[in-house]
Design a protein around this ligand. Structure first.
Ligand code: NAD
Length: 438
């Protein structure tokens, strides 16, 4: 099958490369010429473990290519994925669909008859109907199909998530769309008996938001319980384990922390709220989740201030981990940003280290000194704040870290270090959901 993927970002590039790995001929197209130039020379523009090698292998095999030329990408393609961004609309919170609609307008006159256009971007319910109308304005009804196939991959483990998903969701309105998507996913996932949920397009679109809102709620639930643990002298990690081992609950997404961030949960929960408002439906749990998470992110700076005896003016704070989670370079809506900016407003000087996120972080943050080496970052600091639990950060030699610091204060917002470990070395520690010595 020839597949065209429009948008070569985290989702488009991973999906396209994985389709090629399944043996299809894939052309990835993007408007960003720099990205495409790099990819043509084997330079992968994002950090995603295993992706460089998979791109290289499939490009070398002649199954995967990159272009800025949409007509070239679409010629002969029986499936066209739209995987462009759907960022929050500034000041509104609903999804900005201009990139999706632009892609639909551009592809409409260029697709082959019989092509199935699949919206993979996360889009509000009803977007597929609009895409259908846009293409229908340029093409005869019945000569094309529009389907929904939301993506559930997680950055950092995107390739295994794509190749071995828990499930695939397909939203179709006609037999051609169903047949083509079943052919695409059915065979490679058959051996793993991966469930494929085939539903209407509108249900498929909503499934993605429902799933993300549920996960965001689960995180927020454990974060609130963490606050309670701190007050009553319990330990949230053990609480989460004791709860999560109940199969009805599950242990994942029960790691208390500084509040969820990233390119999906904040924008998708907000977009779901906007949809519910538009249709006059109350989704109060999601509403509370959004409010509680925003408040929590703001409170994290106060946790640092508390650990430094109520004042950070003139203090030097070393931040370890900047990306919204480990194993990605993605800084979109990372909790580190409001935290650092608030500490700067309170008068602190910020030094920061992240294994791969510093380039992206330097485009967002000002007046931060970046360090490739975590120990150098902590030199003469009054406190170290762990915001992202990269493996390399978890494995730091805390005794060595302490020696470089002006005073041994650790604010561990990810519980990256087991209770007692840093305390034994002489740190004053403030962590999440357990008793504090700072
Ligand atoms: P991204 O910003 O990394 O990539 C989007 C790409 O689309 C960019 O390279 C941009 O240049 C390109 N683009 C925009 N308009 C174009 C056009 N008309 N023609 C060609 N290229 C165009 O975005 P992303 O993180 O890959 O997310 C894409 C979609 O997938 C979003 O809707 C997002 O919500 C969803 N999603 C993302 C993730 C994730 O972890 N990042 C997971 C699941 C779903």
């Amino acid at each position: 099958m020839k597949i065209a993927v429009i948008g070569t970002g985290y989702v488009g590039l991973v999906s396209g490369t994985c389709f090629a790995a399944w043996g299809h001929e894939v052309v990835c197209v993007d408007k960003n010429a720099q990205k495409i130039d790099g990819l043509e020379r084997g330079i992968v523009p994002i950090y995603e473990p295993g992706l460089d090698e998979l791109v290289e292998r499939n490009s070398a095999a002649g199954r995967l290519s990159f272009t800025c030329n949409l007509a070239e990408a679409l010629a002969g393609a029986s499936v066209v994925f739209i995987a462009v961004g759907t960022p929050p609309r500034a000041g509104h919170g609903d999804a900005d669909l201009s990139f999706v609609y632009m892609a639909a307008r551009e592809l409409a006159p260029l697709i082959d008859d019989g092509a199935v256009v699949v919206v993979k971007s996360t889009v509000p319910v009803g977007t597929g109907d609009v895409v259908q109308k846009i293409i229908g304005a340029a093409r005869q009804t019945g000569t094309f199909s529009v389907a929904s196939n939301p993506e559930f991959l997680r950055e950092g483990v995107a390739i295994s998530d794509f190749l071995e998903p828990d499930r695939v969701v397909i939203g179709v309105e006609d037999e051609r769309g169903r047949k083509v998507l079943m052919e695409l996913y059915g065979a490679p996932l058959e051996a793993r008996r991966t469930p494929i949920v085939v539903t209407q397009r509108r249900t498929s679109e909503l499934i993605k938001y429902a799933a993300n809102a549920f996960l965001a709620t689960k995180i927020t639930f454990i974060n609130e319980l963490a606050d309670l643990c701190e007050q009553v002298g319990s330990n949230v990690s053990e609480l989460a384990l004791g709860m999560g081992l109940d199969k009805r609950i599950g242990t994942s997404f029960l790691n208390a922390g500084p509040g969820y961030g990233g390119s999906c949960f904040p924008k998708d929960t907000m977009a779901l709220l906007r949809t519910a408002q538009d249709y006059g439906v109350a989704v109060r749990i999601v509403e509370e989740t959004v409010t509680a998470n925003e408040a929590r992110k703001r409170r994290m700076a106060l946790k640092v201030v508390d650990a430094l005896d109520g004042d950070v003016e003139g203090r030097t704070i070393a931040v370890l981990g900047l990306t919204f989670k480990p194993d990605t370079d993605d800084m979109r809506d990372a909790p580190s940003v409001p935290l650092i900016e608030t500490l700067q407003r309170f008068g602190a000087t910020i030094r920061a280290h992240d294994p791969v996120g510093m380039d992206n972080a330097s485009r967002i943050l000002s007046d931060v000194e970046f360090f490739d080496d975590a120990y150098e970052c902590a030199r003469n600091a009054d406190a170290v704040v762990v915001i992202t639990e990269w493996d390399s950060i978890r494995k730091l030699d805390l005794a060595r870290l302490k020696k470089t610091m002006r005073q041994a204060v650790l604010i561990d917002l990810r519980n990256a270090f087991e209770q007692g470990v840093a305390e034994e070395i002489g740190f004053r520690v403030s962590a999440i959901g357990r008793s504090t010595t700072a």
